[in-house]
Design a protein around this ligand. Structure first.
Ligand SMILES: Cc1cc2nc3c(=O)[nH]c(=O)nc-3n(C[C@H](O)[C@H](O)[C@H](O)COP(=O)(O)OP(=O)(O)OC[C@H]3O[C@@H](n4cnc5c(N)ncnc54)[C@H](O)[C@@H]3O)c2cc1C
Length: 491
């Protein structure tokens, strides 16, 4: 009964409209721009469906009695939070953390919203029912969801309602007894070719008067009028796994979504005409914390992978025993372990929101700020350790098929620890991780997926325990004064 990869791929053949290279794609699960990433997404479901992984990866749905992914689990204790994290971590390991919007990301968002049903109830019983029923529907069908919650870049000095076109930023253009109609654009739908449905919402603050943009709704990716405007595919330009092991398999895609008057029934509308709820849905309840905790689990795995790459590069180039190189690797190891420690800290320092046990906010937002800075440092260090090795490479796997070139590869690609094929294989992987167009997009992703650094620093500022820090300063200062004043001295 557990969802597997075959079932997931079948669910993606739904007539959605993905536009790429001037064309609307017919069946994207077979298209050279998307098919391998689709297969990678399917492999996550195959993994959970393997009998030996069922317990680790799934739990029993309280409504159907069927086993579904633990990404939908709503922990009520530290032990359950850890159990769920172990499932998410196992999934991230399958892609070395390269699928930013793997199914567990938006599942975490929706689960956090469900934990905060009390907030929706206070605003509208109907909207609360929509959240409740959708969470159960998505969980029981083990759906892969993605989201678009950012206004397209245009004039960032103006808010959504002040742009030159009333519906540049997606908003509600009509409503009737059946539901609402959404018109306009949102960025950036990562993983749209891999997912079943998209969450459309607004995380950037809105002002009174911008009610039409304060919409949160769930839309199937094959909804009439929904256009998925894909960026360039890296997968399409990576025909060989040996040459581009990551681009060829994990190009999850990013797209501008254009809602060309898309009708959404009321049962799928979580927020409507309510600028206050549009903000509160993220920060007044566990939503934002829970979804970004998933990101830190994934990123922890990805940093471990990059650390492993760094060490192998050092061994392959015979530099691993130089003291400076060991220091460099020690620094990366310490930073990776710090992120691991922060994930454990978020769990150990978790707290109850109602009956649910959720990760510690202060540590989560600190980790978000720090990992946003760490990732570019990791990329630079990997480049530094590699030197020209990531460039001194055969043009493609076809070079190995030409005996004359193959002989020169054998002569020139040398290493103290591996043969010429092993060396080329490693450095091609390293380049794909940090230098290729795919690697470069990953750098941009890790720098921006949760907002520019001013945004993440703002969250850290908002959630730090200032009373304790400032209280200590005040406490000390209260123990002394000007020498002539009649106060106690510092003891
Ligand atoms: C690869 C990738 C995948 C993504 N996937 C998704 C997704 O799946 N779903 C989704 O909803 N979003 C996604 N995003 C969008 C992401 O959430 C945004 O990029 C992020 O929130 C930052 O917004 P922005 O890109 O509009 O940058 P901006 O907010 O425009 O910021 C860009 C820069 O402009 C400057 N700036 C802007 N405003 C100010 C200000 N007020 N004060 C001072 N400086 C300012 C800063 O230098 C800032 O770094 C993705 C982004 C990337 C790069």
């Amino acid at each position: 009964m557990v969802k597997d990869g075959t079932k997931h791929i079948a669910s993606l053949r739904d007539g959605r409209r993905i536009f790429i290279d001037g064309m609307c794609v017919d069946d994207h699960t077979h298209h050279p721009a998307f098919r391998n990433a689709v297969a990678s997404a399917a492999s996550l479901y195959d993994y959970q469906a393997q009998p030996q992984n069922l317990e680790k990866m799934t739990f029993t749905s309280p409504t159907t009695g069927n086993r579904v992914s633990r990404m939908w689990q709503l922990p009520t204790s530290l032990a359950e939070l850890v159990e769920r994290r172990q499932a998410l971590e196992a999934w991230a390991e399958l892609t070395c953390g390269m699928l930013g919007r793997s199914p567990d990301h938006v599942a975490s968002c929706i689960s956090g919203m469900y934990m905060g049903l009390d907030l929706f109830e206070r605003h509208s019983g109907a909207r609360a029912s929509a959240v409740r029923e959708y969470y159960e529907y998505a969980r029981d069908n083990d759906l892969y969801l993605t989201y678009v919650i950012i206004s397209p870049q245009a004039d960032r000095s103006k808010s959504a309602g002040e742009q030159s076109d009333e519906f540049l930023v997606a908003g509600v253009c009509d409503e009737d007894t059946q539901g609402i109609t959404i018109r306009g654009a949102k960025m950036l739908g990562t993983g749209c070719p891999l997912a079943n449905e998209v969450f459309v919402g607004a995380i950037q603050p809105l002002k009174p008067g911008e009610e039409k943009h304060s919409v949160t709704a769930m839309v199937p990716l094959n909804a009439k009028g929904l256009k998925i405007l894909s960026r360039k595919s890296f997968e399409a330009h990576a025909p060989s796994t040996f040459d581009s092991p990551l681009s060829s398999s994990f190009d999850e895609n990013d797209a501008v979504l254009f809602f060309d008057d898309v009708k959404v029934p009321w049962e799928r509308v979580f927020v409507h005409n309510d600028v206050q709820l549009a903000q509160a849905q993220w920060h007044a309840i566990p939503t934002h914390v829970y979804q970004n905790y998933q990101c830190q689990i994934r990123l922890m795995v990805k940093l471990r992978f990059l650390l492993g790459l760094a060490r192998k590069i050092a061994e392959t180039n015979g530099i691993v025993n130089f003291p400076q190189v060991r220091e460099t690797l020690g620094q990366l190891a310490a930073e990776t372990a710090m992120v691991e420690g922060m994930v454990l800290g978020m769990e150990a320092g978790g707290w109850h929101y109602g009956k649910y046990f959720v990760p510690n906010k202060k540590l989560l937002y600190s980790a978000m700020v720090l990992t946003q800075q760490l990732y570019p440092k990791f990329v630079t260090t990997l480049r530094e350790l590699s030197g020209g090795g990531m460039i001194m490479l055969p043009s493609s796997v076809d070079d190995f098929a030409n005996p004359e070139i193959a002989a020169h590869i054998e002569q020139t690609q040398r290493s103290p620890v591996t043969d010429s094929v092993g060396r080329v294989k490693l450095f091609k992987l390293a380049w794909d991780a940090v230098g290729s167009e795919f690697g470069s997009r990953h750098l941009q992703y890790e720098m921006f997926y949760a907002g520019a650094n001013m945004v993440t620093r703002g969250h850290a500022f908002r959630t730090y325990d200032w009373e304790r820090a400032v209280g200590m300063v005040d406490g000390l200062m209260s123990r002394y004064a000007l020498p002539h004043a009649e106060t106690q001295k510092v003891t």
